[in-house]
Write a protein that binds this ligand. Structure first.
Ligand SMILES: [Zn+2]
Length: 274
C-alpha cells in the first residue's frame, strides 16, 4: 500500500520557539493511503470551507490563538487532486478524533464512509462541557457524514486492547483506542509491508515525548495538552503505552503524531527510521 504524508494545515500560534518548538509552527499531519478499496484518508486537517470562512467554521478564539495559515492548497481536497486523483476516490476517512483541526476536511469528501469510535461521535454531536462545545464544530458535519460508529471491542495489538480493523480494508488499517485527549480518541495503524505506521493523533504533541530514554516536551505543548484533555489519567497512561511501544517494537511500528513539524518532514521525505 502506498502512503502519502500530507500536511493539511499549518498552524502558527503566536508563541516564542522555546515555548512551542524550534520550528515555531505546527502541522496537521494526515495520511492518504492507496488501497485495493480506493483511497483512505487518516485525519483531514482543515477543509476548504474552514479556509474560506474561518471565523464561522472554526471560531474566533481558534483563529486568534492557533494562527492557521488558511491556504486552500494545503487542504486534503486540493492535495488529493494535485496527486491526480478525484475527491470521490476517497472511500474511507479514519479520523483520530473529531477536534476541529482534524475534522475540517470531512465536508470535502461527503461520499466517504467515516469510521470513528462511538464515544467520539457521541461527544462531538452532543458536547457536554464548555471545552467540548469549543473543540467540536457542528458546521464541519452539517453535510451529514456517512458515520460508521465503531464499538470499543476487538483484539489485542502490541499491548493495546479493543483494536478493530476498518471494515472493507482487510486487516490493513486498525483503530487503536487511546482515549484521554478526547472521549473516543484513537491511534490509527496502517500496515506498510511487514511493518506498521501508527498515527497517534493528539496522544502526544512533541517528538521528544516518544524518546524512550528521556521524555521531554516544550512548556506550551505540555500545558496545552493538559488543558484540553478530557481524561487526564487515561491520557498519561496511553501516552506511556505508546512510549513503550516505540521503545520495544521500534523495528515493527513507527509512531507519529498529528502536529509535530519535524516528524512530518522526516516522514514526508522518507527519512523516518524504518
Ligand atoms: Zn489536534
Amino acid at each position: 500500500m502506498k502512503v502519502h504524508h500530507l500536511n493539511c494545515a499549518t498552524l502558527c500560534p503566536p508563541a516564542p520557539g522555546p515555548l512551542l518548538n524550534p520550528e515555531r509552527k505546527m502541522v496537521c499531519h494526515c495520511l492518504l493511503v492507496e488501497t485495493r478499496d480506493g483511497l483512505v484518508l487518516i485525519d483531514t486537517g482543515l477543509g476548504l470551507d474552514d479556509v474560506a470562512r474561518p471565523r464561522a467554521r472554526l471560531g474566533g478564539t481558534f483563529v486568534l490563538l492557533v494562527g492557521p495559515k488558511l491556504d486552500a492548497a494545503e487542504t486534503a481536497a486540493r492535495q488529493v487532486e494535485a496527486l491526480g486523483f478525484q475527491r470521490k476516490d476517497v472511500r474511507h476517512i479514519v479520523p483520530t478524533h473529531l477536534d476541529l483541526d482534524h475534522a475540517g476536511g470531512l465536508s470535502d469528501f461527503p461520499d466517504a464512509e467515516v469510521h470513528v469510535h462511538d464515544p467520539e461521535i457521541t461527544a462531538a454531536l452532543k458536547p457536554l462541557t464548555r471545552l467540548e462545545r469549543e473543540r467540536y464544530r457542528a458546521a464541519q458535519w452539517a453535510h451529514g457524514p456517512r458515520w460508521d460508529r465503531r464499538k470499543l471491542e476487538g483484539d489485542h495489538w502490541f499491548g493495546f486492547e479493543a483494536v478493530r480493523a476498518v471494515p472493507g480494508l482487510g486487516d490493513e488499517v486498525l483503530i487503536v483506542p487511546t482515549a484521554g485527549h478526547t472521549r473516543g480518541h484513537a491511534a490509527i495503524a496502517v500496515r506498510t509491508g511487514d511493518t506498521w505506521l501508527l498515527h497517534c493523533g493528539d496522544a502526544y504533541f512533541y517528538r521528544g515525548e516518544m524518546d524512550p530514554d528521556r521524555r521531554r516536551v516544550t512548556p506550551l505543548l505540555d500545558i496545552f495538552q493538559r488543558i484540553v484533555q478530557v481524561e487526564g489519567e487515561a491520557r498519561v497512561r496511553n501516552q506511556e503505552r505508546l512510549r513503550i511501544l516505540a521503545r520495544e517494537h521500534a523495528a515493527q511500528v513507527r509512531v507519529m503524531c498529528a502536529h509535530d513539524p519535524l516528524e512530518f518532514e522526516r516522514f514526508a521525505h522518507g527519512a523516518a527510521p524504518r
